[in-house]
Design a protein around this ligand. Structure first.
Ligand code: HPA
Length: 283
C-alpha cells in the first residue's frame, strides 16, 4: 500500500521540514508566502481529507518560510463534515512519521470578549472540548490516555509572543472552546462558554491538538477572530462573515509566522544552541 508519507518523501526529495502549519478558513494566502513551494494536492495523499466546503482547499505547500523548511497544509477536514472526530488522524500521523516535530494550528474563531474584535489574533493557551467527541475513542490499549495538562507547548507560545512583539502585532491570549458545529452557537451557549472561562469559540483544532499530543508533537494554536460570538452586541455569525472577516488578519498572521520561523530553531539546531529560543530552552 502506498502511504501518504512515502509520497511526501518522494516528492520532497531532501526537503525534510520539522515544522508544519495547518491553515484555517481563509488563511490560504499564508501558503503563498512559502518560497519555491512543492505543491501536493490532498487528493494525491491517501487518507488526507479533501475539503468540500468553501473557504478551504486541500493542498500541501512544502518549501521555506524565512529560509526555514516548512510544510504548510492549506485546508483541513472537520469532524462536522461526517461526524468523524478522527478525520485528521491520517494527516497528523503522516506528519509524525515524516519527521515533523512541531505543529502550528490556525483557525477562524468567534470572540467571547467584546474587546477582542474581528481581525484580532489570539494565541491559544488551553482549550475546552465541548463537542462530546474525541478522536482517540477506540484507541488501542493505553495509548488513548494522553495527558492534556500542558497540551500547548510553552516554548512555542513564547516564540509567538516574541514574534508578535517584534512585528508590533497585538497578540491576545486565551482559551478556545470546541463546539462541533456546523450550526453556529446560540447566545445562551455563548454565555455558558464565557462563564466557563473560554475566550474564543470554533469548530476545529481541538481534535488535531489531541491527535498531535497522542503522536508526541509539540503544538501551538492561533485563532483569527472573524466575529463576535452569537448574541454579543447582537452578533449573528455566518460562514460568509467568517470568510470575509478572516481576510483582515491575514497580513498580521503572515508577519507573525514569518517572524516565528526566524526565532524557532529545529530541535536538532536547538541542541546546538542556535537562536534565542534555543538559548531560552537551554538556559
Ligand atoms: N462559532 C464557531 N465557529 C466559528 C465562529 C463562531 O462564532 N466564527 C468562526 N468560526
Amino acid at each position: 500500500m502506498i502511504r501518504a508519507v512515502d509520497i511526501l518523501r518522494e516528492r520532497l526529495g531532501t526537503l525534510r521540514p520539522e515544522t508544519a502549519i495547518i491553515l484555517g478558513s481563509s488563511l490560504g494566502p499564508v501558503a503563498e508566502a512559502v518560497a519555491a513551494p512543492v505543491r501536493i494536492p490532498y487528493r494525491d495523499l491517501p487518507g488526507f481529507p479533501v475539503p468540500k466546503i468553501s473557504g478551504h482547499s486541500g493542498e500541501v505547500f512544502a518549501g521555506h518560510l524565512s529560509e526555514k523548511p516548512i510544510l504548510v497544509l492549506r485546508g483541513r477536514g472537520h469532524p462536522y463534515e461526517k461526524g468523524d472526530a478522527a478525520v485528521m488522524r491520517p494527516v497528523i500521523e503522516a506528519l509524525k512519521v515524516f519527521g515533523v516535530t512541531r505543529l502550528i494550528l490556525t483557525n477562524a474563531a468567534g470572540s467571547l470578549k467584546p474587546d477582542m474584535r474581528p481581525g484580532s489574533i489570539m494565541l491559544i493557551t488551553d482549550h475546552i472540548n465541548f463537542s462530546g467527541m474525541n478522536p482517540l475513542i477506540g484507541e488501542e490499549g493505553d495509548k488513548g490516555f494522553v495527558p492534556m495538562t500542558r497540551a500547548y507547548d510553552a516554548a512555542l507560545a513564547e516564540d509567538f509572543r516574541q514574534a508578535a512583539k517584534a512585528e508590533k502585532v497585538k497578540l491576545h491570549e486565551g482559551v478556545y472552546v470546541w463546539f462541533s458545529g456546523p450550526s453556529f452557537e446560540t447566545p445562551a451557549e455563548i454565555r455558558m462558554a464565557q462563564s466557563w472561562g473560554a475566550h474564543a469559540v470554533g469548530m476545529s483544532t481541538v481534535p488535531e491538538v489531541i491527535l498531535a499530543r497522542r503522536f508526541g508533537l509539540a503544538v501551538a494554536g492561533l485563532s483569527v477572530i472573524t466575529n463576535l460570538g452569537a448574541g454579543i452586541e447582537g452578533a449573528s455569525p455566518s460562514h460568509d462573515e467568517t470568510k470575509s472577516e478572516g481576510q483582515k488578519a491575514v497580513g498580521d498572521m503572515v508577519k507573525l509566522l514569518l517572524r516565528f520561523c526566524t526565532l524557532t530553531p529545529s530541535p536538532r539546531e536547538a541542541g546546538r544552541g542556535k537562536g534565542p529560543a534555543a538559548e531560552r530552552r537551554e538556559g
